[in-house]
Design a protein around this ligand. Structure first.
Ligand code: GLT
Ligand code: MN
Ligand code: MN
Length: 396
């Protein structure tokens, strides 16, 4: 089959769309717990070139996606120099960086929450060095995904202690970043399980509550991922909305997932089209102007061409759904239904928005409601939802 590598229609990705990919996403070689690699390694410089040609704006990375775990300082400097050259040659940025605190066997019982103080100390050292790398590459957001920060044998780790250890680590690293004069914002990425049978801070809500217990809550926000909330059976749109409302959506991992099972990191918009439609509507309406970051990978059936088909597909689907959202919002019937849903005779608005007073409490206690009429009223949501489907399916 001829591969569609470049497109030139209105959905073609452009730099201004701020699409980014992790080096580990296009670099994913298809290994899983049951089978070996199916694709050769991709040189990060080559990935930067290919992604730029496809219309992406940025690449994100773990320290070890670029610099091997055991590189000498000289090797590190050479690799980073060549990579910076590629970024400039191909007009790409590094909006986000992170630390690999899950691959090396030393992290088998976690990094910041490991029971072994030597592992916790090493995790801080590795992260400080990775923060230096991220800052050197111009990253504005620093992600923390604690893949191994969990437990399989519950008796092995006190969960309250684990939470405190995580707080100590983030407080230390926030202070480090501030002390270095880096202008980084930290984005915490929750996931309920995998690779541990349970991971601490499993959802956006758990993370949000934790952030306000930190020393520098202003510099810490969220990096929610579609697949991770769906693994917990939750509504991702609502999770992201809560992060946005709290001013905490610092970054986002776009992908897709077939319900609560292993983390699939599927091509964006390949499964849950309706919820991705509402996700994009939320992001576009909110004025979110951070990276539109894809944390997904090509299917294991694919060769290198399949990887670029996958990458282009993520970006095109975003733009196609964005166009659908614009048509939906501009549809007069949708507008009229939404207006009807949100209209009222204005009687109770002053009481509802005025906050508590003895007088408002008295008025509310004495108010008389036609409860039967409220109960009988049809709301018209079937029609609205059908209009949503008709837009998504392209008949309006
Ligand atoms: C890993 C994980 C992702 C995280 C990445 C950042 S690494 O691929 O599955 O969800 O975002 O550490
Ligand atoms: Mn992710
Ligand atoms: Mn994932």
């Amino acid at each position: 089959m001829a591969a569609q590598e470049h497109t030139s229609d209105q959905y073609t990705p452009k730099k201004e769309n701020k699409f980014s990919f992790g080096l580990w996403t296009v670099g994913n070689r298809g290994r899983d717990p049951f089978g070996d690699f199916v694709r050769p390694e991709l040189d990060p410089v080559y990935s930067v070139k290919k992604l730029s040609e496809l219309g992406a704006w940025g690449v994100s990375l773990h320290d070890n996606d670029l610099v091997p775990f055991d590189a000498t300082p000289q090797e590190r400097d050479r690799i980073v120099r060549d990579f910076k050259q590629a970024l400039s040659d191909y007009g790409m940025v590094v909006p986000m960086a992170t630390t690999n605190l899950f691959f090396h066997p030393a992290f088998k019982d976690g990094a910041f929450t490991s029971n072994d103080p030597k592992v916790r100390a090493f995790a801080l050292q590795k992260t400080m060095r990775a923060i230096d790398l991220g800052a050197e590459l111009g990253a504005k957001v620093y992600v923390f995904w604690g893949g191994r920060e969990g437990a399989d044998a519950e008796a092995s780790k006190d969960p309250v202690t684990a939470i405190k250890r995580m707080r100590d680590a983030l407080n230390f690293l926030s202070a480090y970043s501030i002390d270095q004069g880096y202008n980084l914002r930290f984005a915490l990425e929750p996931k309920p399980n995998e690779p541990r049978s349970d991971i601490y801070f499993p959802t956006v809500g758990h993370m949000l509550a934790f952030i306000y217990t930190l020393d520098h809550p202003d510099m810490v926000g969220l990096n929610p991922e579609v697949a991770h909330e769906h693994m917990a059976g939750l509504n991702f749109v609502h999770a992201v909305a809560q992060a946005i409302e709290a001013g905490k959506l610092f970054h986002i991992d776009l992908n897709d997932q077939k319900g609560p099972r292993f983390d699939q990191d599927l091509r964006f918009g390949s499964e849950n089209i309706k919820s991705m439609f509402f996700l994009i509507r939320l992001l576009e309406h909110s004025g979110y102007d951070g990276a539109h970051h894809f944390d997904a990978h090509a299917l294991r059936t694919e060769d290198e061409q399949g990887v670029w088909d996958f990458a282009l597909g993520c970006m095109r689907t975003y733009n196609m759904l964005k166009a659908k959202v614009q048509r939906f919002d501009a549809d007069p019937e949708v507008q009229q239904l939404l207006q009807a849903i949100n209209s009222s005779d204005g009687t109770y608005e002053p009481l509802l928005s005025g906050g508590y007073s003895r007088e408002s409490a008295r008025q509310l206690k004495e108010a008389r409601f036609d409860i039967a009429a409220l109960a009988q009223r049809g709301l018209g949501y079937e029609r609205l939802d059908q209009l949503t489907i008709e837009h998504i399916l392209g008949v309006r």
